[in-house]
Design a protein around this ligand. Structure first.
Ligand SMILES: Cc1cc2nc3c(=O)[nH]c(=O)nc-3n(C[C@H](O)[C@H](O)[C@H](O)COP(=O)(O)O)c2cc1C
Length: 315
C-alpha cells in the first residue's frame, strides 16, 4: 500500500508550531492539501507517534512552508526526529507565535479549526489567515524520492522568439540565453585575465597549454577556431615576450612556462570559485540536468574539435 500511495506525487512541506514553553517545533509533511477556498481551509495529517503531536494538538496555530526545489536538506532535517531542527535557521514568530521560516515556495499561516481522528494519524484542518508565494519552483515527492516539477506544456518552437520582420526578439531566444549566460558567468574571470595583462585569445591559448601540450600553432588554431579567438602568428611571440610561453627545441611547438602556469592556475582557481558561487543557489539536480543538456548540445553542434582533454605533443 505504501508503494501504491507513492504513485501519488505531492509537494513537500515543513509545518511548524510552538511548544507549551514557546520553543519552535516543526515536521516535514507531504500530507498537506487544499480543502476550501471560501472559507480558506487546508488540511494535513500527523502521525500520533510524532514527538511534535502534543505541540500541534495544543497550540491552535500552525504554519505550512511549501518547500522550494532547493530545500531538500531542510526536508530531511525536519523529517529526523530528535534532531536540532531549528539550529542555525532564520525564523521569526508569526500568528500565534508560530515560527516562520524565511525560505519557501509558498507559506500559509493557519489557525486550527478542526482535528479529526484518522487511524494512526490525526488530521488537522486550518483556516488560512495569511499566505505568501515566491517564484521558486517547488520540491516534489514521488515514489519515496525527491523530484522536480516539470511542465508538460510544449515549449516555444525553435526560432519562434525571433521576429525578423520587426527586428526584435524575446527573452526566449535560445542563442541569446546561451550567449548572455556565458558573458554573465565569465565577466569576473575576464577582469582577472585582463589584470594579468592578457587578452581572450591569450587566455584561451594559455588554458590549452596549461591543460596539455606542447602544441603547434596549427593545433592551437584547430582547437580554438570555433571561439573566433584563435591565436595567429603574432599571439605566441607576444606571449613569449610576457614570459608565459616558450618555444620547444624543434621550433615548431609551444609550451607553458613556470610563470605561465602560475597565471593559468590562478585563473583556474578563480573559475572554480566563480562556479561554486554562481551555482550555490541551484539544486544539485538542476545543475546536473543543465550540464547534461549542454553536453548533448555541444556533442550535436561539434564542428570536429579534437578532444580538449587529449591534447598531446604529437600535434
Ligand atoms: C517527504 C516526507 C513527507 C512526510 N510526510 C509526513 C506526514 O504527512 N505526516 C507525518 O506524520 N509524517 C510525515 N513524514 C515523517 C515526519 O517528517 C517524521 O516522522 C518526523 O521526524 C516527525 O517529527 P517529530 O517526531 O520530531 O515530530 C514525512 C517525511 C518525509 C521525508
Amino acid at each position: 500500500m505504501r508503494g501504491a500511495l507513492g504513485q501519488f506525487a505531492t509537494g513537500v512541506t515543513v509545518i511548524t508550531t510552538t511548544d507549551s514553553d514557546g520553543s519552535p517545533v516543526g515536521v516535514t509533511a507531504s500530507s498537506f492539501n487544499s480543502v476550501s477556498l471560501d472559507p480558506p481551509l487546508v488540511l494535513w495529517s500527523l502521525a500520533k507517534s510524532a514527538r511534535s503531536m502534543a505541540a500541534f494538538d495544543r497550540s491552535g496555530y500552525f504554519c505550512v512552508h511549501v518547500l522550494a526545489a532547493s530545500q531538500e536538506a531542510l526536508s530531511a532535517r525536519f523529517a529526523t526526529p530528535g534532531s536540532d531542527k531549528f539550529g542555525g535557521q532564520d525564523w521569526r514568530p508569526g500568528h500565534g507565535g508560530v515560527p516562520l521560516l524565511q525560505e519557501f515556495a509558498a507559506r500559509f499561516q493557519c489557525k486550527t479549526t478542526h482535528t479529526y481522528e484518522g487511524g494512526d494519524h490525526l488530521i488537522f484542518v486550518g483556516e488560512v489567515v495569511d499566505f505568501e508565494k515566491t517564484a521558486e519552483p517547488p520540491l516534489v515527492f514521488h515514489g519515496g524520492r525527491y523530484a522536480l516539477a516539470k511542465s508538460k506544456t510544449a515549449g516555444e518552437r525553435p526560432g519562434a522568439a525571433v521576429d525578423v520582420t520587426h527586428g526584435t526578439f524575446t527573452e526566449n531566444f535560445f542563442l541569446y540565453l546561451l550567449a548572455r549566460a556565458h558573458y554573465q558567468a565569465s565577466s569576473a574571470l575576464r577582469d582577472d585575465w585582463t589584470a594579468a595583462g592578457i587578452d581572450e585569445t591569450e587566455y584561451l591559448t594559455l588554458t590549452l597549454l596549461g591543460l596539455g601540450g606542447p602544441l603547434s600553432l596549427q593545433a592551437l588554431q584547430v582547437r580554438l577556431d570555433h571561439t573566433g579567438r584563435a591565436p595567429d602568428h603574432r599571439t605566441l611571440p607576444a606571449m613569449i615576450d610576457k614570459g608565459y610561453v616558450t618555444e620547444t627545441s624543434d621550433g615548431m611547438h609551444y609550451a607553458i612556462t613556470v610563470k605561465g602556469r602560475e597565471v593559468y592556475l590562478a585563473l583556474l582557481a578563480k573559475s572554480k570559485a566563480i562556479e561554486e558561487q554562481l551555482l550555490a543557489d541551484f539544486s544539485d539536480s538542476d545543475v546536473a540536468e543543465v550540464r547534461e543538456f549542454l553536453q548533448r548540445f555541444i556533442r550535436q553542434t561539434d564542428p570536429g574539435i579534437p578532444d580538449f582533454w587529449q591534447t598531446s605533443s604529437a600535434d
